[in-house]
Design a protein around this ligand. Structure first.
Ligand SMILES: Cc1cc2nc3c(=O)[nH]c(=O)nc-3n(C[C@H](O)[C@H](O)[C@H](O)COP(=O)(O)OP(=O)(O)OC[C@H]3O[C@@H](n4cnc5c(N)ncnc54)[C@H](O)[C@@H]3O)c2cc1C
Length: 308
C-alpha cells in the first residue's frame, strides 16, 4: 500500500523543526520522521495519516554520542537520532551503559537497526521493544524540547501506556542521558522470541551492585512485552537489597516479580501464563548473570582495575 498524501519538510536545525512542530493543528497531524522503521509501515497501512511529515534526518546536532563528567561520575548522552546500530557499536555505550550494548543486537535485524534510531524507538513506545525497558533499568533521563522550552523526564515517568509517552504534541525527544554504570556493577539483558530479530515474547533487564562482601546495595529489574508499557519490578528489587544473593533467593525474587508484579495479557503469540513463565525464568537468569558479573567486577577492582 501507499501512504495517504502528506506534506514534507526536512529542516536542518532543531529550532526549525520545533517551529514547524508548533504550527500543527488537530485537523492536520504533524509527525516527526526518524528512521521511519515504524512510522512508514504505519503510514503505508494508513494507520497513521499525518498531514505534515518533519524529517529529522538532516539535523546533525541530534545524531551524536557524547560523554561528560560531573561530580557524580560520567554521563552518556545519546542524541535522539543516533542510529541503533551506531549505539550498538559505540565503545562509549559498551563502557558506560553495557546493558544497552547487550540489548541492542536483539532489536530487529541489522538493516532495521541501520535506519532505526534510539529516540524513535523510545518515542514510539512499543511495549515489546527492548530499549524502553533498558532505559527504565538504566534510570535514563529523556530530554524533551518544544518552542515553549526544555524539560527532562525520568524514564519511569516517560512511558505512559501502549504507544503512549509523556511527549506533548509539540515536543521532540532530543537526547537521552544515562549515568555511567558503576565499575562494580553487573548487568544483563535476555529475551525470548520465536525467531532471532522478532519482537520478544518476553524480556528482562537486570542491574546489580554488590559490596565487597557480596551484599547487594543496588538492584534494578525491568521487563518488556509483559504489559502495555515496560515494567519495573520494585518489590523484587527491594527483596535483594541488604542480602547476599544466592540461587534460592534469586529464584524467589524472580517468582515474586513474575507472579505479583506483572499481569501479562494473552495474544496470538503467547498466553498470559506462558509469558509469566518466561518472565520468571528470564528474571532469574538475568539477575544471576548480573550478580556473577558484579562479583567478577569486584575481583577486577581488587586487583588494581577501575574503582567505583
Ligand atoms: C520488521 C521489523 C521488525 C522490528 N523489530 C523490532 C524489535 O524486535 N524490537 C524493537 O524494539 N523494534 C523493532 N522494530 C522497530 C524499530 O526498532 C524502529 O526503528 C523503532 O520502533 C522506531 O524507530 P525509528 O527511528 O524508525 O522511528 P520512526 O518510525 O521514524 O518513528 C516512530 C514514532 O516515533 C516518533 N518519533 C521519532 N523520533 C522522534 C523524536 N525524536 N521525538 C519525538 N517523536 C519521535 C515518530 O513521529 C513516530 O510516531 C522493528 C521494525 C520492523 C520494520
Amino acid at each position: 500500500m501507499k501512504p495517504a498524501p502528506f506534506r514534507y519538510c526536512a529542516p536542518e536545525t532543531v529550532d526549525e523543526a520545533l517551529e514547524l512542530l508548533a504550527t500543527g493543528d488537530p485537523e492536520d497531524e504533524v509527525k516527526l520522521l526518524a528512521g521511519g522503521q515504524s512510522l512508514v509501515p504505519a503510514m503505508n497501512f494508513r494507520l497513521a495519516r499525518p498531514g505534515l511529515l518533519i524529517d529529522l534526518n538532516r539535523i546533525a546536532e541530534l545524531a551524536s554520542i557524547a560523554t561528560r563528567d560531573d561530580a557524580e561520575g560520567s554521563i552518556l548522552r545519546l542524541g535522539a537520532m543516533v542510529r541503533q546500530s551506531a549505539a550498538e557499536h559505540s565503545p562509549d555505550v559498551a563502557r558506560l551503559a553495557p546493558l544497552m550494548g547487550e540489548a541492542l543486537p536483539s532489536v530487529a535485524h541489522t538493516q532495521i537497526r541501520n535506519r532505526g534510531t534510539v529516540g524513535g524507538s523510545l518515542a514510539h513506545a512499543d511495549p515489546a521493544a527492548e530499549l524502553p525497558a533498558v532505559m527504565l533499568a538504566l534510570d535514563a533521563r529523556m530530554h524533551l524540547r518544544s518552542v515553549r522550552g526544555e524539560r527532562a523526564v525520568d524514564a519511569g515517568d516517560f512511558f505512559l501506556g501502549l504507544f503512549e509517552t509523556a511527549l506533548e504534541p509539540d515536543e521532540m525527544l532530543t537526547a537521552i542521558e544515562i549515568d555511567a554504570a558503576s565499575a562494580v556493577e553487573g548487568s544483563c539483558f535476555e529475551e525470548v522470541s520465536r525467531r532471532r530479530g522478532d519482537y520478544a515474547l518476553a524480556g528482562a533487564a537486570a542491574r546489580v551492585r554488590l559490596d565487597a562482601d557480596g551484599t547487594c546495595r543496588f538492584a534494578r529489574l525491568t521487563f518488556l512485552s509483559v504489559a502495555d508499557l515496560p515494567v519495573r519490578a520494585l518489590e523484587a528489587e527491594q527483596m535483594l537489597l541488604g542480602e547476599r544473593p544466592h540461587d534460592e533467593l534469586l529464584r524467589a525474587v524472580a517468582e515474586h516479580a513474575a507472579r505479583r508484579e506483572i499481569d501479562p495479557g494473552s495474544d496470538i503469540h503467547a498466553s498470559s501464563a506462558f509469558r509469566r513463565h518466561l518472565a520468571a525464568g528470564l528474571a532469574r537468569r538475568t539477575l544471576a548473570t548480573a550478580v556473577s558479573r558484579a562479583t567478577a567486577a569486584h575481583g577486577a577492582t581488587d586487583h588494581g582495575g577501575a574503582s567505583s
